[in-house]
Design a protein around this ligand. Sequence first.
Ligand code: PCA
Length: 323
Amino acid sequence: MTMMQTLGGAAIAFAALALPAKAETWDMPTPYPDATFHTVNIAEFAKDVEEATGGNLAIKIHSAGSLFKHPEISRAVRGGQVPIGEFFLSLLANEDPVFGADSLPFLATSYDEAQALWAAQEDVITALLDEQGLMPLYAVPWPPQGLYTTKEITSVDDLAGLKFRTYNATLEQFASLAGAAPTQVEVPDIPQAFSTGRVEAMITSPSTGVNSKAWDFLSHYTDIQAWIPKNIVVVNKRAFRRLDEDTQNAVLEAAKAAETRGWEMSKSEAAEMTKVLKENGITVAEPSEELTQGLRDIGAQMLDTWKENAGETGQQLLDAYEG
Ligand code: PCA
């Protein structure tokens, strides 16, 4: 190395230290529309980060799959096309069944159980994402999942042959085992899928039912509270490491607050949005014994399959959850 190069390098390093951190904007793809409480929570998170860093890091949200389609978001963050993103955690179950534990029917159906399941999942999931160059920032659950139909449902037999909207492989399996005909549809496309007759039933939260104006195209909601799946917000590790330490801490702090706030939002949504369904004319019903039993039988069968596929890691997760 010549003297000039050495000096040049030192001069550049010095300049970098002396200059204030350069303001940066992170593009953030998310799958769900703006009115979704998860997206509202992310907007708060972005505001917190911007405020805490004095505008050094701004996060620009691209909601409803507008920048990347939902199934592409995790790969886009992994590949560094975007530094941060949100997606439905159990979509990654095809990579490792552990990602899908929160979508197993009747494994965790109350918020306390969902919290215990997340505690059992978090380290395993963090390690798996780490191998992909990702770091989880926070995870927030949807309200318990209920059954939306155009008629009264009192047993699993009533689901036979229904064109069923699904959102992941686990729900697809559940619908198939119930004798329905599954079709994958992203949230922004739900109203059109119903109005064109592509689907006629779905399982999702009261929140998604209300955000989709379910009363425009169906009449019955059966509150089966079958599982509590989560969204996760992840960051690309390289992008995160490029931030100065204060900015990194601001992101982590805001993420922590977003997780706490998100769980609270989810809990109040569960009751409030069920009420909104009712107010808009949807018949809200408790499941019959027969329906509950039939769905639980399917859930038990799915848990067995999941255990086989998830192997030792899966068993450890269940032990940690049940222990
Ligand atoms: N809404 C999302 C995921 C779970 C939920 O409640 C959906 O329906 O796709």
